[in-house]
Design a protein around this ligand. Structure first.
Ligand code: PAF
Length: 282
């Protein structure tokens, strides 16, 4: 497994495989890998000749006062895990390699899809994501790129960008991987103390409770939202950032639940902000 830090070297390495007729699968990550990331890697390994995993904590998707500095990093541990998954190359550029002094080019998806949920709580976040993944797609000549459904809004926005800018690649979404007790895997779970870790189970419980009332026939958005709110409020330390129910295809606003919906939550425990979601068919 190669570990490559330079953009030019990565581009040449991928181009040589491309010219040899190989398909390239890219798994973009910010490192500190867990089984959720490894599910993306395994999917890429199954479907592509060459698998590249990028490990880059992207400063431009973090807002002022967010956790860019503290974000957990452990490249040698990540490399060990990726080697076992038979990844061909890890791309781990320094920040200055991706954003040299004077860098001024950004890619932004506008409209409702980027304005609600995390787009509302984290202004500029998705512009940072679409910019960095555009760069990664170009650097790695990816045929397929793998994104987790845990960041459902991110995957939808990237998919829209790829379609609208005619990027020649396919976005593959991989289901959420959960701990045995239901907590969605996230690199940020390490920030939780033991008590917060227990309380964080309310995210998945709230989603399950909402799914149940929808399956029992409830169609009113406010009623379903209230079910989730009440469940989360059972945790004394939980501070709700958002609870949203939107159209599962494009996150547009729905009046009533008549089509598949995405139930989405962001909740803080202390300084840690967790997100989770569930797609519910009707
Ligand atoms: O989901 C993430 O880890 C990041 O947002 C991504 C896609 C790697 C871009 O930095």
């Amino acid at each position: 497994m190669q570990i490559i830090n330079s953009v030019q070297e990565m581009q040449q390495w991928c181009l040589s495989h491309k010219k040899a007729g190989k398909t390239i699968g890219l798994v973009p990550t910010m490192g500190y890998l867990h089984n959720g990331h490894l599910a993306l890697v395994k999917a890429a390994r199954k479907e592509c000749d060459i698998v590249v995993v990028s490990v880059f904590v992207n400063p431009i998707q973090f807002g002022v006062g967010e956790d860019f500095e503290e974000y957990p990093r452990d490249l040698s541990h990540d490399a060990g895990l990726l080697e076992k998954e038979q990844v061909n190359a890890v791309f781990a550029p320094p920040v200055r390699e991706m954003y040299p002094a004077g860098y001024n080019t950004f890619v932004e998806v506008t409209g409702e899809i980027t304005q609600k949920m995390c787009g509302n709580s984290r202004p500029g976040h998705f512009k940072g994501v679409t910019t960095v993944v555009s760069k990664l797609f170009h650097i790695c000549f990816a045929d397929r790129a793998y994104f987790g459904q845990k960041d459902a809004q991110q995957a939808m926005i990237v998919d829209k960008m790829v379609r609208e800018l005619n990027f020649p690649l396919e976005i593959i979404r991989v289901p959420i991987v959960r701990e045995p007790d239901g907590l969605a895997m996230s690199s940020r779970n390490v920030y939780l103390d033991a008590d917060q870790r227990k309380q964080a189970l309310v995210l998945n419980q709230a989603l399950q409770a909402a799914q149940q009332v929808i399956q029992e026939g409830e169609r009113n958005i406010e009623v379903v939202r209230d079910v989730m709110k009440k469940k989360i409020e059972q945790s004394p330390d939980a501070r709700i950032d958002y609870i949203e129910i939107n159209d599962a295809r494009d996150l547009s606003t729905v009046e009533r639940i008549t089509e598949p919906v995405l139930l989405a939550l962001a909740v803080r425990f202390g300084n840690t902000r967790l997100i989770d979601n569930l797609l519910v068919e009707v």
